[in-house]
Ligand binder design. Structure first.
Ligand SMILES: Nc1ncnc2c1ncn2[C@@H]1O[C@H](COP(=O)(O)OP(=O)(O)OP(=O)(O)O)[C@@H](O)[C@H]1O
Ligand code: SF4
Ligand SMILES: [Mg+2]
Length: 332
């Protein structure tokens, strides 16, 4: 296994100024913190050379999960293993060798590329940082090679990001991740900001690069239809929790968790096939998570047990893993 994520928890303290922290309770002043639990005990295995996608509505914790795995955020609990070495508790210095092996591609290719740097400088910078001993000629050759691989003319090194289209900018973001020759790429909504006509080109490029460089992807998307053809495994998140983890084939042909069923039914092409009910109601606040199953406030299959007991992710027939009492009881 290239990456193992175990019971990962990430919280944000969003308590305001010091005045906001104090409450009167029973005649006494008490200090109170406001905590958002963005990732709530997530476990996922990411096999080498494969693509695992994480999907779910806005705010369910996908980006936070991605950033915590990359150790851009320290987790509150849980573990991350890279080639069986625990990395979530390493110091920045100890983490440095892993930083070349793990790279990230972000949603907005304009915000993530420094507008004052030429493409050549943007692409050379990570190599200078991670491999300072590499000869100048080798850096130049590597930058030219990755530009070619992502379909950008290597002669464009003196151009600036604003001279490129959105799709070309995202190609440069991907090239920048590749310059340090990583094994694992976390792509957080890499096509969400692009025109629909360009999205397929970038997905195809990512799949070609995966084959060529034996890359492993953790692919984040709010859109299930995007991940259908590129994923080996799909993890569905709701309010920081994992609802279902299945092969893409299993998930799209027979979604088991009521939330996955609702997400699929929102895609016209797939919804017709699935025939499940669409979602209604709002996502509850991540500051005070519902007790029991976090989805119970929107689930039409909810029963008393769902309001009390947190369902655990368990294997069901077909090999998928689902966290749902209704599925476990055989009534869904
Ligand atoms: N730096 C932060 N400080 C405080 N709260 C945060 C921070 N980052 C995320 N959150 C909160 O954590 C929860 C999960 O956010 P996150 O950005 O991970 O969701 P997401 O699934 O990536 O959403 P989207 O699809 O909109 O990108 C949200 O409630 C969000 O408001
Ligand atoms: S555990 Fe209960 S509330 Fe949660 S998804 Fe299953 S049936 Fe619905
Ligand atoms: Mg996000």
């Amino acid at each position: 296994m290239l990456v193992r994520i175990r019971n990962l928890v990430k919280e944000f303290d969003i308590t305001g100024g010091w005045l906001d922290q104090f409450r009167f309770s029973g005649g006494r002043i008490e200090r109170e913190k406001t905590i958002v639990r963005a990732v709530n005990g997530v476990s996922i295995d990411i096999p080498e050379g494969r693509t695992v996608s994480v999907v779910g509505e806005s705010g369910c914790g996908k980006s936070t999960l991605a950033r915590t795995v990359m150790r851009l955020y320290p987790p509150e609990a849980g573990e991350v293993y890279y080639r069986e070495q625990r990395i979530d508790n390493l110091s920045s210095k100890e983490l440095k060798p892993f930083r070349t092996r793990m790279q990230m591609v972000f949603q907005d290719p304009y915000a993530s590329l420094n507008p004052r740097m030429t493409l050549g400088k943007i692409l050379r910078e990570p190599v200078h940082f991670h491999q300072p001993k590499l000869a100048k000629g080798e850096v130049r050759d590597r930058v030219a090679a990755v530009m070619e691989q992502v379909g950008i003319d290597p002669d464009w090194q003196s151009r600036y990001p604003h001279e490129l289209s959105g799709g070309q900018r995202q190609r440069i973001s991907i090239a920048r991740a590749l310059t340090v020759e990583p094994e694992f790429i976390v792509a957080d909504e890499p096509i969400a900001a692009l025109d629909v006509s360009i999205q397929a080109q970038i997905l195809n490029l990512m799949m070609d690069l995966q084959e060529e460089h034996k890359l492993t992807y953790l692919f984040i998307s709010h859109d299930l239809s995007v991940v259908e053809h590129i994923s080996n495994q799909v993890a569905v998140m709701y309010l920081g929790c994992l609802c279902e983890l299945a092969t893409a084939e299993e998930l799209f042909s027979g979604p088991r968790h009521p939330y996955t069923q609702a997400l699929l039914s929102a895609i016209p092409r797939l919804g017709k096939r699935a025939g499940h009910e669409r979602l209604s109601g709002d996502v509850p606040s991540p500051i005070s998570l519902p007790p029991g199953c976090v989805f119970h406030t929107r689930c039409r299959h909810a029963r008393e047990r769902c309001r009390r007991e947190i369902p655990v992710l368990s294997e069901v027939e077909g090999g998928s893993r689902v966290a749902c009492h209704g599925v476990e009881e055989g009534r869904i």
